[in-house]
Design a protein around this ligand. Sequence first.
Ligand SMILES: NC(=O)c1ccc[n+]([C@@H]2O[C@H](COP(=O)([O-])OP(=O)(O)OC[C@H]3O[C@@H](n4cnc5c(N)ncnc54)[C@H](OP(=O)(O)O)[C@@H]3O)[C@@H](O)[C@H]2O)c1
Length: 199
Amino acid sequence: MAVVASFCMSLDGFVARPDDSVGPLFDWYTAGDVEVPMVGYPMTFRVSPASADYLRSFLDTVRHGAFVCGRRVFDYTHGWGGNPPGGGAAFVVTHQPPPSDWPASHLAPFTFVSSVSRAVELAVAAGDGSAGVSGPNIAQQCLNLGLLDEVRIDLVPVLLGSGVRYFSDLHTDASLEQVEVVAGVGVTHLRYRVRYPQS
Ligand SMILES: NC(=O)c1ccc[n+]([C@@H]2O[C@H](COP(=O)([O-])OP(=O)(O)OC[C@H]3O[C@@H](n4cnc5c(N)ncnc54)[C@H](OP(=O)(O)O)[C@@H]3O)[C@@H](O)[C@H]2O)c1
C-alpha cells in the first residue's frame, strides 16, 4: 500500500510538449506484442514482455486504490470520460467547481477537492490504502509535502527540449532509493521509494 506517482518522461525531463501533447512519450504503449489491459479505463497496452511484467505489477498495486489528479490533467483528458484510471474513486485537486455538465458522483466517481493533502487523505481512505497520483504539478506538491511513497518514471529516450517538466519546483530533502530498473523496448522503467529525512 503506497501513494505512487508514475509518469512517462523524456530524457531531458519533460512529461509533455508546450502544447500539453505527449508526442512520442507514449509510443512504447504500442511497441510490442504482449497485451496488458488497463484497469478501470478502456485501453489495452501492447508492449514488450519486460514492460508487460512491469505494468502488470504496477496495475496490481493501484487496482484496489483510488486516484488523485490535478485539474489540468483532468481537463486535458475530459475526466477520462468518467472512468478514472485504476477503476476506483478519483479526487481532483482544483480551485474550481466541477464542469457544469459533469455527471453526479454516483455516475462518475470523481470528487473535487481544494487541497492536495486532503485529496491524498481521502484517496487513501477510499481504497485499500494505496493511491495513484497524476498531474506532475500535483505529484510534485505531494513530494514537497512528504506524501509520496513511490516515484515511477517510464524514461523514454527522446529529447523534447521544452514543455511541461516533471520536477520544476521542488522543495524537499527527500531522497530516492532505487527499487527496480526494467529495460523495455523504447522505454526504461525506473521505480524509486521516497525516503524523507524524518522517516
Ligand atoms: N507524460 C505523462 O505520463 C503524463 C501524464 C499525465 C499528464 N501529463 C501532462 O501533464 C500536464 C498537466 O499537468 P500539470 O502539472 O500542468 O497540471 P496538473 O497537476 O494536472 O494540475 C494543476 C492544476 O491543479 C490545480 N491545483 C494545483 N495545486 C492546487 C492546490 N494546491 N489546491 C487547489 N488546486 C490546485 C490548479 O488548477 P485550477 O486552479 O484551475 O483549479 C492547477 O493549475 C499536461 O501537459 C499533460 O499532458 C503527462
